[in-house]
Design a binder for this molecule. Structure first.
Ligand code: PMP
Length: 458
């Protein structure tokens, strides 16, 4: 080999060695600068694009977005939006306690005495008497040992389910159960199965097939379904869960204050002992006119959650004024059972009138939540708009909250609605639906109006 050639070989060998050292020090990667990894812009996000498409469709059909409306007053049976007083069917304040003077007074007093915040987790920053008083009161309402409150109803389900269940377990939930139950179930790592809405035969078939393969089994249902306004057969659920050695969890978000002669929810409604259900879950944002959620049950259950569930241990305690408001609301519910009676009468009246008017009320059974089934999402949004023009606030529920073509308008009744407000709302819904139907077939707005008037007079 010539000198020149050997110098070339040496130089190449040195280059290779240097390159391999560079590669090694870079963890086997080549030049980091050669490859760019641009982050996805949020405007390119698939969910965002879908949202834009939905909004575009709304704009195309000239429908105003009915969501995120600003209320300029305490939203109850009536509210003020855009400077206009409207009859309101879009509030979960079932017993009108958000406007109860005793609730406001309790929140004010707790704020003066204890401040607006609990500042950190109750484990480290300590408890306030209102926390314990509220938990004892919730346990009394459900006739069980104890309760624990969380700062969010959604986080309550996520935290409790993911703490109690694990990969060797099985979770069986109703197909219409709330998103928070599904998220908790996913996080738990347990095997998950859903059964068709309120189909307890299907639930039993799945249990017969799968029970033996799992350690713990959870059956998760709602006391009153918030999309459809129907209730499960609790007595049969208790039999099933006992037979198959499963835990039964009842989400009472919409049942508390609504079901039972004194508003104490599903146990009172079905005449069962509170201890027959393993896990009572509920929210404080609806009947209780506050915010947050609870789990009520045995001492051991509450102890486990207070000491190990992430949503309690690693999250701030409930603000004292909010805990005091929830406690005062439960006390007001007990002192004034006529509120519950009024709500139940209003719910029956709405259902009766809606059915008599030929409106499709789906599964609704006349317990505070009544959906008027519309089908198409845009049509539901259009009906909301027309009703709003007529002085009625009732919001559409559209996909993905409900299956495609199962859009509806949901009416939430309260003890504070008057019979006249209910009659007005049903008549307007019927009239505006008929008008939309006529417009679909190409009739002029004027002709559609005449037809709608005629049909409303029938
Ligand atoms: N469970 C059910 C059945 C609900 O409807 C809701 C909310 N509407 C939640 C849980 C979550 O409760 P929150 O809004 O109080 O967080």
């Amino acid at each position: 080999m010539t000198d020149k050639r050997s110098a070339e070989v040496l130089s190449k060998a040195m280059k290779d060695t240097v390159m391999s050292l560079v590669k090694k020090s870079a963890g086997g990667r080549t030049q980091p600068a050669e490859r760019a990894w641009p982050a996805t812009g949020f405007s390119e996000f698939a969910a965002y694009k879908e949202l834009q498409t939905q909004r575009g469709a709304g704009e195309l059909f000239g429908i105003e977005n009915p969501f995120f409306r600003v209320h300029e007053t305490r939203a109850g049976a009536t509210t003020r939006i855009g400077g206009r007083e409207v009859i309101n069917f879009a509030s979960y304040d079932y017993l009108g306690l958000n406007a109860h003077p005793a609730v406001a007074a309790a929140a004010n007093a707790a704020m003066q005495r204890l401040g607006t915040s609990a500042s950190a987790s109750r484990v480290v920053a300590g408890e306030r008497d209102v926390h314990r008083d509220l938990e004892r009161r919730i346990a009394e309402v459900y006739g069980v040992d104890d309760a624990v409150v969380y700062v969010s109803g959604h986080a309550t389900n996520v935290s409790a389910i993911s703490t109690l269940l694990g990969p060797r377990d099985l979770i069986l939930s109703d197909a219409l159960v709330h998103n928070s139950v599904m998220v908790g179930a996913q996080l738990s790592g347990a095997t998950r199965r859903s059964f068709p809405h309120n189909d307890l035969d299907a639930l039993e078939r799945t249990l017969a097939e799968l029970r033996g393969r799992h350690q713990n089994v959870l059956i998760a249902v709602e006391g009153l379904y918030s999309m459809d306004g129907d209730v499960p057969d609790l007595k049969r659920l208790v039999q099933i869960k006992t037979h198959y050695g499963a835990w039964l969890m009842m989400d009472e978000a919409h049942a508390l204050g609504v079901l039972g002669a004194s508003g104490r929810g599903s146990a009172e409604h079905c005449g069962i002992d509170g201890r027959a259900v393993d896990i009572w879950m509920g929210t404080l944002s609806k009947t209780c006119a506050a915010c947050g959620g609870f789990i009520a049950g045995s001492k051991a259950l509450v102890d486990i959650l207070k000491c190990t569930s992430a949503g309690f241990v690693y999250s701030v305690g409930m603000p004292p004024p909010i805990a005091a408001a929830a406690l005062a609301a439960l006390n007001a519910m007990a002192r004034e059972p006529e509120r519950v009676a009024r709500l139940q009468a209003n719910s029956r009246l709405f259902l009766e009138r809606a059915q008599a008017a030929g409106l499709d009320t789906g599964f609704a059974q006349g317990y505070a939540v009544i959906g008027i089934m519309i089908g198409d999402s845009l049509r539901a949004a259009k009906l909301t708009e027309r009703l709003f023009e007529a002085g009625i606030n009732a919001l559409p529920i559209i996909h993905p909250a409900v299956p495609m073509q199962a859009a509806r308008l949901r009416f939430f009744l309260s003890s504070e609605h008057t019979a006249a407000q209910i009659e007005t709302a049903v008549a307007a819904t019927r009239r505006e639906l008929a008008r939309l139907e006529a417009e679909k077939f190409g009739l002029s707005k004027l002709a559609a109006g005449v037809l709608a008037k005629k049909s409303a007079g029938r």
